[in-house]
Design a protein around this ligand. Sequence first.
Ligand code: HEC
Ligand code: HEC
Ligand code: HEC
Ligand code: HEC
Length: 260
Amino acid sequence: MATARVVLIAGLLLTYALAAAAQEGGCVSCHETHFTREGRCASCHRGDPQAVRETLAHHGLLRGPAAAWRMPGSPILTRGRAMRDSLGCRRCHTTGGRGERLAIDLDTAVWERSQTQLRDALQKPAASMPDFALTTAQCDTLAALLLHDGDPHPAQETYQVRFQHTASDTVPVFTRLCGDCHRALGRGGPMGSGRDGPDLSGLTGEFYPVPIDARWDAERLEKWLANPRSLRPATTMPPVRVNRGELQAILRELSGLPAR
Ligand code: HEC
Ligand code: HEC
Ligand code: HEC
Ligand code: HEC
């Protein structure tokens, strides 16, 4: 009787072990295991765990730091958040449900892109997106965060970018006075063509990367334009003469699109 029970238990254990191995399948036939308590290989890396051929097994694979997207406490996600905020992704994009609506909604877009497409989007950015000169590892770190915050099965885009054209379609004041050195996406679309100074999209908004005690409001901008060195002694920006009307126009042009 006792022997039968031992055989039964051994049998169950073996079946369980085989089933577990079958679920990891091809991955563990070629790779060491890790993070076994956090989930299955494919739950973090994607890919096809049933496949035994490498190319098939690696279909849609997430490599490197990007695989940390479903490890909530991971330092990789913490680093990704710090990069998102210091580079100011949200002054143009919505991600994790927050941000300006001046460029594509990343929450609905990221899961539809391959890892290579995400790297390319950051390393060979679109015309109105700044080039942050990111390494591949930095791209993958950001990708982990975008995937973590994004919707894997988006029903539809939560918004579409619709720039508001001015009635007269005149050249924006920003383009005229700042555009030789700066660029910005504003409510009327892309402005300026310069690269000497930083991209000023969302300058006065919630997501422009600044130290917490130094938001860019009308007063600070006026002071800066009159004499940049009064705020930053080592700055290379020369003073720019603007009148009250022009300053107001620039602030308006730089403000984001209103929420729906
Ligand atoms: C037939 C063997 C084979 C199978 C099956 C296989 N891999 Fe791989 N895998 C490799 C080889 C060889 C490399 C290194 C070459 C490369 O980077 O493509 C690799 C690379 C990787 C890397 C990237 C390592 C790096 O340093 O960039 C990850 C992650 C990975 N595999 C995960 C998986 C997962 C998850 C599965 C199952 C869904 C899987 N692999 C199935 C052979 C395999
Ligand atoms: C909980 C998520 C998670 C699970 C589960 C997981 N991985 Fe990973 N894996 C990662 C992360 C994150 C990295 C990258 C770490 C880094 O680059 O800092 C990684 C790295 C790798 C690498 C690259 C090795 C290297 O150079 O670091 C391979 C290969 C790999 N994993 C295979 C597997 C296999 C096979 C399994 C299943 C047994 C698996 N992983 C399960 C998250 C996971
Ligand atoms: C100045 C505005 C701006 C900033 C800042 C910005 N982007 Fe973009 N981004 C764009 C524009 C414009 C596009 C092209 C798509 C579009 O027209 O909406 C784009 C495209 C992308 C795409 C590709 C989407 C696709 O269609 O495949 C990704 C991914 C992306 N951005 C991520 C980021 C990340 C991550 C950051 C922060 C590091 C960032 N962006 C910062 C403006 C910006
Ligand atoms: C001749 C070139 C030039 C012109 C014209 C110019 N800027 Fe600049 N601007 C720069 C440079 C270069 C910097 C970077 C300086 C630095 O980092 O200290 C800068 C920095 C700034 C900053 C600081 C941004 C930050 O993130 O720290 C603001 C704000 C700014 N400019 C606003 C404007 C506005 C508004 C105009 C138009 C009224 C304008 N600038 C015209 C060259 C210019």
